[in-house]
Design a binder for this molecule. Structure first.
Ligand code: FAD
Length: 567
């Protein structure tokens, strides 16, 4: 499907929303000059437009499949992966010592978002591999790093993440996969994992699985879990793929969407593995990968939103129906409302994702605790708002198409079907929202309060030039602050959890308004000012209803007994 990489939007947001110049001013990222950023975005944009976007539809029509135990990917995906690998995109933010480009996550986030817009199911393969690279960089031994990282960064080998088991979904601590020491520094890993994205492929020389399993002396729950690197083919003495390990793909799921990405049931039968991190320290190591993936999955949502928006706009500009000045449906007020909402929401979600990545970069570059807590606070908000924007915008995209939206040939429905899972994997959105109001507020709401101070200060300054936009942003932020204080004061955690998702949505609405206000100030009277005005006037006010829901407490949601639910 045609796709146009929105490079100028990224450049604009880098400059005016997330202060990318601060990142480029650090020693760690001193090479990320304006020229480099522009060249990277342009090259990645070309890859997305010319190589990846044409694979979106074939992947949907011809899903990945298992043939006599061999995983076959959709036509063209092998060439797509090769182009991604050869461009160095897998190792974009990887450590240069192992062949990575060492570029900021902010830039990688923009590139990953473009790839997601072009072809979500293929993009999941490099995303999984990037997550594994980061986990190995932080937790693996020097030997494992030296052997695996260069091959993964070059895209010669791919990576997966194996947490889920039939009885252990959100509750990862319930897993039963086992690992036993072989006495030579390696381990035998046994168990079944389900829903493993890109559990195998026919284009990388080797597939490296990061597997969570329990050692014999591991206590029940998450504290007794260890992490193992289990390759499909065991590296020989020269580090080349050698004999097959004792693992296989049992089956590939039939899914609602994301057909080009094989979602596998994996069986490990005493497969040889190497410990990553400390014994029983698996969750800490896996969290590195999961946090990376959460940022990536939020970006997948924004990418899908952009793709769906472009698709719907192209249709609206052509479809003739009713009397309008242009003769096409684009001039009907309700269609305008849909297109404006799609575009304004996508900008808000994109800015939040980039701000999240920028906080990670600043934390990595400076080691500053405030940046770390900012990154931690923004991660669940970005994951949830990014993916829900993907769902909302792609659903609206179907509506813009009218009946044709319901017909597969138009391609509008694919965006919705493909993006739907992003709200489920990498920690369901409900659980992310609980993380925001619980773990991320263990500081008594300090990190949240610091962010709200910044938003209010900015709105206060903007009052002088754009009072009609700055006023509502300030007021919404003040209401959010009151609800944040209410949240922190709840000692019964169910009171927080019952309203966690609406609270997160309200937070995202306010953050989105903050970035729209920044955009408007940078482009007074221009298209981004008009978009900001729409967002602040029409979408931001949702916060008020959301905050009422957020503070409703647990009594009502537990009002019906289980018996009353079914009666
Ligand atoms: C296409 C696809 C690809 C995937 N890829 C991978 C992968 O590569 N690797 C991997 O390991 N896993 C993968 N998964 C698994 C995915 O991460 C899980 O599906 C997800 O974590 C939810 O687990 P579950 O499906 O068991 O749902 P459940 O945990 O059974 O959840 C069901 C519902 O209950 C809610 N719920 C559960 N527990 C709580 C709680 N404590 N508090 C509040 N609400 C709760 C959930 O939010 C959800 O709404 C994938 C799944 C899919 C569908």
């Amino acid at each position: 499907m045609p796709y146009r990489a929105p490079i100028s939007d990224y450049e604009f947001l880098f400059r005016h929303a997330v202060n990318f110049d601060k990142i480029a001013a650090t020693e760690k990222f001193s090479e990320a000059s304006d020229d480099v950023v522009s060249a990277i975005l342009t090259e990645a944009g070309k890859l997305c437009e010319e190589v990846m976007a044409p694979l979106q539809r074939p992947g949907d029509l011809e899903p990945a499949r298992l043939e006599n135990g061999v995983l076959r990917t959709s036509t063209g995906y092998a060439d797509g992966w090769k182009a991604i690998a050869e461009g160095g995109w897998v190792g974009m933010s990887g450590d240069p010592e192992y062949g990575g480009m060492g570029l900021p996550m902010t830039l990688t986030t923009a590139v990953n978002e473009m790839m997601s817009a072009a072809c979500l199911s293929l993009q999941l393969a490099p995303l999984m591999t990037q997550g594994q690279i980061e986990a190995l960089e932080h937790h693996a031994s020097d030997e494992l790093k030296a052997l695996y990282l260069p091959k993964m960064m070059a895209g010669e080998w791919s990576g997966t993440m194996n947490l889920t088991e039939p009885q252990a979904g959100s509750d990862v601590g319930a897993l039963t996969s086992k690992a036993e020491a072989n006495g030579d520094g390696t381990f035998s890993v046994t168990g079944q994992k389900i829903f493993i994205s890109w559990g195998d492929n026919d284009f990388a020389e080797n597939v490296c699985h990061l597997v969570l399993a329990r050692l014999p002396d591991g206590v029940p729950g998450t504290k007794g879990i260890s992490l193992f690197l289990v390759p499909k083919l065991l590296p020989d003495e020269n580090g080349n793929p050698g004999v097959a390990n004792d693992l296989k793909v049992v089956s590939v799921e039939h899914k609602m969407g994301l057909h080009g990405s094989p979602t596998c049931v994996m069986q490990f039968d005493g497969a040889k593995g190497w410990l990553v991190g400390k014994e029983h320290g698996g969750m800490a190591a896996m969290f590195t990968m999961m946090n990376n993936a959460r940022l990536g999955v939020g970006g997948q949502g924004v990418g899908a939103a952009e793709g769906a928006y472009q698709h719907a706009l192209a249709y609206a500009l052509e479809r003739k129906q009713g009397k309008t000045p242009s003769g096409t449906i684009v001039d009907h007020a309700d269609v305008r409302r849909m297109l404006m909402s799609m575009r304004a929401d996508t900008l808000a979600a994109r800015a939040i994702m980039l701000a999240n990545a920028a906080a990670i970069d600043m934390a990595n570059a400076t080691g500053d605790a405030d940046w770390m807590s900012r990154a931690a606070l923004l991660t669940p908000i970005g994951k949830v708002f990014g993916t829900e924007t993907g769902m909302r915008v792609s659903e609206t995209g179907v509506q813009v198409h009218g009946g044709m939206g319901f017909i597969e040939e138009s391609g509008a429905a694919q965006y919705y079907r493909d993006v739907r899972v992003t709200a489920i994997y990498e920690g369901t959105n409900g659980i992310q929202a609980m993380d925001l109001v619980a773990r991320k507020m263990m500081d008594g709401g300090e990190a949240a309060s610091r962010l709200l101070d910044e938003i209010e200060d900015h709105a206060e300054q903007a009052r002088a030039t754009m009072p009609e936009l700055a006023g509502p942003v300030w007021e919404a932020t003040e209401s959010l602050r009151e609800t944040t204080e209410w949240m922190v004061a709840q000692s019964d955690m169910n009171n927080r959890f019952a309203g966690a998702l609406p609270y997160l949505h309200a937070f995202a609405r306010v953050l989105g308004a903050h970035y729209h206000l920044k955009s408007a100030l940078a482009e007074p009277g221009g298209p981004r000012f008009k978009l900001a005005r729409y967002y602040i006037n029409a979408l931001l006010p949702e916060y008020a209803g959301l905050l009422v829901q957020a503070q409703n407490g647990a009594d009502d949601v537990f009002g019906l007994s289980a018996e009353e639910f079914v009666s």
